[in-house]
Design a protein around this ligand. Structure first.
Ligand code: MG
Length: 403
């Protein structure tokens, strides 16, 4: 039956000349028969959604720890928001929506438990350990770990490790990479996803778009979560030009929202307008850049400077919002207190598993080098599994509550 479906279902809208076309993919690491009803990027997205690393995102911290409240973003809901924003822009610009969705859903798969605190702690542990150890790790980078998840750590298919995703999806997942790790990747896969960091070329527009959609998503939802937690206030936000411009516009149209009991509606409407303004700005500035530089192919995209961008004014406003969130929320004493505890948990786990590898799940305990297995094991943990393991191994119970 399926073989009779013709033509094969592909992206819903015609793709622009500078979009990534599935028919011109650079392919997978292991050859596979084509799927009858899905193109390569659609298939990548489906594999990501069915992976166990994707399911674990629901119990991983974005900013607030998973157990601190049911309404805060987790890495899973964050990834869905990035996919939604990315797809909207992709559709308007004629980019490949399916590739954007695949990259967005996979972009945080390598994140440790406890958000950036966990990543920083794991990075410090690896860097402080014996540099001549056979694991040969150049610190811990979550983008590289996301790639490792889809290339190696998922064990679902009989013929290969990982999800065997297309080059374009893997390239998008590897958003940043240190030069040392890019060289290591290049040695393993010449001309592969590490090459662009050495050549200083750009990835596809779909990958560039996911980077900015990520930023737009977390700037907006961290305001929402920050206010919900009580750590930042609407009054503080009036000092942030991007927020205040849209707050004033909302109040001009709906003066009743100035009532104290309308705070949440005012917040939501302001965030909604702020999101729309950033998305429309991004679409306009990117279209302009594509036009100005006469970009007509993916190859031209790779050689050009980054093309997915905000206007100068919006870039400045967005920076202002980031600076505010950094000082008022991410460095808030209550967030810092959980950050410190989270780092201690990761450090303890790293030390204990390295000393006693058999404390890890059997398939990790059996792997060599030990340090590589320890890093993969810890990075794959959800917040609550890490806390349970920590309590089991040290007897210390996490006392942190809702900030
Ligand atoms: Mg993200």
């Amino acid at each position: 039956m399926l073989q009779d479906l013709s033509p094969p279902l592909t992206s819903a809208r015609p793709l622009a000349a500078f979009a990534s076309h599935p028919a011109r993919t650079r392919g997978r690491r292991f050859q596979e028969p084509v799927a009858p009803t899905r193109d390569d990027f659609q298939r990548d997205r489906d594999r990501i959604v069915h992976s166990s690393a994707f399911r674990r995102l629901v119990y991983k911290t974005q900013v607030f720890l998973n157990h601190e409240g049911d309404l805060f973003r987790t890495r899973l809901t964050h990834s869905l928001e990035v996919a939604q924003l990315g797809r909207s822009v992709a559709r308007a610009l004629g980019l490949n929506e399916d590739l954007v969705e695949a990259i967005a859903l996979a972009h945080d798969l390598g994140h440790t438990p406890f958000g950036h605190a966990g990543q920083d702690a794991l990075n410090a542990c690896v860097k402080a350990s014996d540099p001549t150890a056979p694991a040969g790790l150049n610190g811990f980078e979550h983008n590289l770990q996301s790639l490792r998840v889809v290339d190696e750590l998922e064990h679902r298919y009989p013929a290969f490790d990982g999800l065997n995703l297309s080059f374009e999806t893997r390239e998008g997942i590897l958003k940043h990479c240190s030069m040392a790790n890019a060289r290591a990747l290049e040695a393993l896969e010449p001309g592969g996803v590490g090459r662009r960091f050495l050549d200083k070329t750009q990835p596809s527009l779909e990958a560039q778009l996911c980077n900015l959609a990520d930023e737009i998503a977390y700037n907006a939802h961290d305001i929402d979560d920050g206010v919900r937690s009580g750590l930042i206030t609407l009054t503080q936000l009036t000092d942030v030009p991007l927020f205040d411009e849209h707050r004033c516009a909302t109040l001009a149209e709906y003066p009743d929202l100035a009532q104290p009991n309308s705070g949440r509606r005012l917040l939501y409407e302001t965030i909604r307008r702020m999101l729309s303004a950033q998305i429309y700005d991004l679409m306009a500035a990117t279209s302009q850049a594509l036009q100005d530089q006469g970009i007509g192919s993916v190859e031209a995209v790779r050689q050009a400077p980054p093309l997915v961008r905000f206007s100068e004014r919006m870039a400045e406003q967005s920076q202002g919002l980031k600076r505010f969130l950094f000082s008022a929320l991410y460095r808030h004493p209550q967030v810092m207190a959980t950050t410190t505890r989270a780092s201690e948990v990761v450090q303890d786990l790293f030390r204990i598993y390295n000393e006693q590898p058999t404390e890890m799940q059997a398939d990790f305990a059996a792997q060599a080098p030990v340090q590589r297995a320890v890093v993969d094991y810890i990075a794959g943990m959800t917040d609550r599994f890490a806390l349970r393991e920590h309590e089991r191994l040290t007897g210390i119970r996490w006392q942190g509550g809702v900030p």
